[in-house]
Design a protein around this ligand. Structure first.
Ligand SMILES: *Cc1c(COP(=O)(O)O)cnc(C)c1O
Length: 455
């Protein structure tokens, strides 16, 4: 670790009062979401049975670049925001790179990840509308933990479907959800049609995010006064996450620098969008040539190997049709430890930005991600979440390129969470028993071919 240290915080008054809605500034707007049966573009009202109304309006808002953060939400943000922006001198030294590396530390939230930024907002809007119950899915448990906390804060009941393999292999996040008072069910379960369908065909099914989403949506649609909430992928989730980038913009200014590259790991796109969009507005509007790099797992490579088309967000096809880069909604990702990155599709905004060449994507193998995570732990003192390790690996690759070229570039990456509840994964890596899984173009083509041509 380095003896030099620099951390930047904002005073409470500088915590953002508005989220940034990049849809308003995009030259090519995302293509519309379509109704799954009629294939007509969706209106906000079509989504009201599933999500809180204000969230539906935010989802489809392509007009207003700035959305007011309700005061009760901003008050809860103050429990852990601003999060620190840190100059990673230790990592720079370890790499012997001329690059300046900064990270935004979202792991300091009470639940250990960025997910709380949206969970608080979504729980608030549900409460405001008089909704009493919220339901959702969770993989490794970060989103479930964030929602459970937010539901407790705003006085809602939370029911969480947790992917069965995580429920069994990662009991501590389940305990965290239960500690906040949430009801946690392993998915697939016999409590929904969607879960029963899967278990009938395969009684030993270990679950997936796609199945858990189907179960949660089904519960929301069949329970009075209950709504579904989602932790990633959708536009309104990325919107709430822009507090990350808006704070980072001010903190980079305090450091007297501007990023040449902004990097984040990629599951559905919320922490990437959160840190990237506020900086991307200067690329769109002022011609800044910052590079934006999403780091996804080689085992679930929707941005680098996926196909852009309309697809469902869940396994059963209950969601609207989304225009996105996808591996196919029936894709069953390998059981990597970065559970938050095991999703078949990419958010609609990000899919459009990638098509338009405003951002890039790289894929990272599991072993490479943990190797990067350990170097970060040793040089910066923080054990990163397995998801965040992907962003660190991509950052290291770029910093080493700077070293080769002798370039003093400024890199900002988002540390989306800590890995203190993921130590069994680190154990496996240290014991040399961690496997790499790679998906090839042929695998993707084969899977996409099994889908009915949707549009
Ligand atoms: C959920 C999660 C992710 C991936 O989700 P995105 O929506 O792509 O950000 C990344 N890191 C952590 C720590 C997570 O919990």
């Amino acid at each position: 670790m380095s003896t030099k240290t620099k951390r930047y915080f904002l005073p409470e008054s500088e915590i953002p009062t508005q989220w940034y809605n990049i849809q308003a500034d995009m030259v090519n707007k995302p293509m519309p979401m379509l109704h799954p049966a009629t294939h007509q573009p969706l209106k906000a009202e079509d989504l009201f049975p599933i999500f809180a109304e204000e969230l539906c309006r935010q989802e489809l808002n392509t007009i207003d670049p700035w959305i007011h953060i309700p005061e009760p939400v901003r008050d809860k943000y103050k429990y852990y925001r601003s999060t620190p922006l840190v100059r990673a001198y230790g990592l720079e030294q370890a790499l012997d790179t001329p690059a300046h590396i900064y990270f935004k530390n979202e792991s300091v939230s009470p639940v250990g990840s960025h997910k709380l930024n949206s969970a608080l907002a979504q729980a608030y809007y549900c409460k405001e509308q008089g909704i009493t119950n919220v339901t959702t899915e969770t993989g490794a448990g970060q989103w479930g933990a964030a929602l459970s906390y937010a539901a407790k804060v705003f006085g809602l009941e939370a029911a969480v479907y947790q992917v069965k393999i995580s429920y069994e292999q990662k009991p501590y996040r389940r305990s965290i959800m239960q500690a906040y008072g949430a009801q946690v069910t392993p998915s697939p379960s016999m409590s929904t049609r969607a879960g029963k369908d899967v278990l009938t065909v395969d009684p030993n099914n270990q679950g997936s995010l796609g199945t858990a989403i189907s179960e949660a949506i089904e519960l929301a649609m069949t329970t009075p006064n209950c709504r579904y909430v989602l932790g990633s992928v959708l536009n309104h989730v990325a919107l709430h996450q822009t507090v990350i980038g808006l704070e980072a913009e001010k903190q980079m200014e305090m450091a007297g620098e501007y990023p040449d590259m902004v990097i984040a790991c990629f599951g559905g796109g919320s922490n990437f969008g959160g840190v990237a969009f506020p900086f991307m507005r200067h690329k769109i509007k002022d011609g800044k040539n910052t590079r934006f790099i999403a780091a996804e797992p080689a085992s679930c490579p929707k941005l680098t190997r996926g196909v852009f088309q309309y697809d469902f967000g869940d396994l059963s096809g209950l969601t609207p049709l989304l225009p996105m880069y996808t591996l196919g909604h029936n894709f069953m990702p390998a059981n990597i430890h970065a559970g938050g990155l095991r999703y078949h599709g990419a958010g609609m905004i990000i899919s459009q930005l990638l098509r338009d060449g405003l951002m890039e994507a790289v894929d990272i193998k599991q072993s490479e991600s943990f190797k990067a995570g350990l170097l970060f732990a040793k040089s910066e003192g923080i054990i990163p979440a397995p998801e965040s390790c992907h962003a660190i690996a991509a950052t290291i690759n770029e910093a080493l390129r700077c070293k080769e070229a002798g370039e003093e570039k400024v890199i900002l990456f988002n540390l989306s969470g800590h890995g203190l509840i993921d130590m069994s994964a680190y154990d496996q890596f240290l014991a040399g028993s961690l496997q790499d899984f790679e998906v090839t173009d042929e695998d993707v083509a084969r899977n996409i071919a099994t889908l009915e041509k949707i549009i």
